[in-house]
Write a protein that binds this ligand. Structure first.
Ligand SMILES: Cc1ncc(C[n+]2csc(CCOP(=O)(O)OP(=O)(O)O)c2C)c(N)n1
Ligand code: SF4
Ligand SMILES: [Mg+2]
Length: 349
């Protein structure tokens, strides 16, 4: 008599923590179908899963805008704070100082960052706070119905026919100049490049600034927009091919001969940039700014990792904080006794 053997159900795929990709998902998106911001949330989920990050160790910070709503759509198990328009940097700074043992990811918009939040953005970059700061850049204020933002290019056209005649702010040039230690630009539709950049960002200890062009399908995805899917597909120029090998994977598997630049990250991971442009060195700030300015002159949207510095201490390292998070210390260890206060008052009289 023939016997049948039942095929055991396939075990779900898990990462090095034994978690499934489902453990990194968030709520159902309420953004428009096809919005670039949704694709960025998907890549954040993939990157956190593949890097084996414990979701409970992540704080998600944001400002206000469609982009700033998106932390609700990834990593529900993490901590989250939706702050005020343009004020995420100061809230994130406070949260990280209270608990520097957490890892922080901040999601902002081009309006949130480059107009009302510009002052806070500048000081965040110069402090090198250990935070992954993502600008979901669509060139418009999506949430308030599509007015131009400060990253819109001269000559770009709104759906209504209005033409922008003010020059754009390049947040990558600013970030490099101000002191961020990992600066790149990608496109929400470029799955492989964005995923590798996010994985390298997770391994970095300092301010990561990623400007991700993210078309607004409702207000800015038409002929005349320079932040549309069509424009990006025709004008995206990758400076380097971005590869990333986490420290827990066998490095030999991913390496082949060729012209490439290898940056060892803080945790022993490797960011590998295959050179598409001759002599591009991502550790040289001046080359980064020059490459970005040249691209503007040519009307190209340059993507890739422009600058990495793994030597500069982060803000929390500079402050020489206790190993334990300040938020977890008892009052007796965070509040100076009366005698110390009296001494300070006497000495500085
Ligand atoms: C202090 C303050 N000023 C203005 C607003 C109105 N407002 C809400 S979202 C927004 C712009 C959002 O644009 P952006 O950051 O580019 O996000 P997007 O919606 O395009 O993703 C503005 C001006 C506000 N909520 N709070
Ligand atoms: S209005 Fe634009 S930015 Fe906002 S959710 Fe819709 S497509 Fe995205
Ligand atoms: Mg915007």
């Amino acid at each position: 008599m023939a016997t049948t053997t039942a095929i055991p159900p396939k075990a779900p795929k898990t990462n090095r923590l034994g978690l499934q990709v489902l453990d990194y998902r968030g709520g159902k998106t309420t953004l428009c179908a096809g919005c670039g911001h949704n694709a960025i949330s998907e890549r954040i989920i993939d990157a956190m899963y593949e890097m084996g990050v414990q979701p409970e160790r992540i704080m998600k910070m944001s400002g206000i805008g469609c982009s700033s709503k998106s932390p609700a759509y990834f990593m529900s198990r993490s901590h989250s704070f939706n702050s005020v328009h343009g004020r995420m940097p100061s809230v994130a700074t406070g949260a990280l100082l209270a608990n520097h043992t957490m890892q922080a990811i901040g999601v902002s918009g081009d309006g949130d960052t480059a107009s009302i939040g510009m002052g806070q953005f500048a000081h965040l970059m110069r402090r090198n706070l250990p935070l992954i700061y993502i600008i979901e850049d669509n060139g418009v204020y999506g949430l308030t119905k599509g007015q131009f933002s400060a990253t819109a290019d001269v000559g770009s056209k709104l759906k209504t026919g209005v033409i922008n005649d003010l020059p754009p702010i390049d947040t990558c040039i600013m970030a490099v100049e101000l002191g961020a230690t990992f600066v790149g630009r990608s496109f929400s539709g470029d799955k492989k490049q964005l995923l590798n950049m996010l994985k390298a960002a997770i391994a970095h200890k300092g301010t990561v600034m990623l400007d991700v062009i993210s078309p607004c399908v409702t207000f800015n995805d038409h002929e005349g927009s320079t932040k549309s899917y069509k424009y990006m597909q025709e004008h995206e120029e990758a400076i380097t091919e971005v590869g990333f090998v986490p420290h827990f994977e066998d490095i030999a598997v991913d390496y082949e001969a060729g012209s490439s630049y290898d940056v060892a990250m803080h945790d022993g991971s490797h960011l590998r940039l295959s050179k598409l442009r001759e002599d591009y060195n991502p550790t040289d700030r001046i080359s980064a700014v020059k490459a970005l300015m040249e691209a503007h002159e040519k009307g190209e949207v340059l993507t890739g990792v422009f600058y990495v510095n793994t030597e500069k201490p982060s803000f929390t390292e500079m402050l020489n904080l206790t190993d334990e998070a300040l938020a977890t210390l008892p009052e007796s260890r965070v509040r100076p006794p009366q005698s110390v206060l009296d001494d300070v008052m006497t000495r500085h009289r």
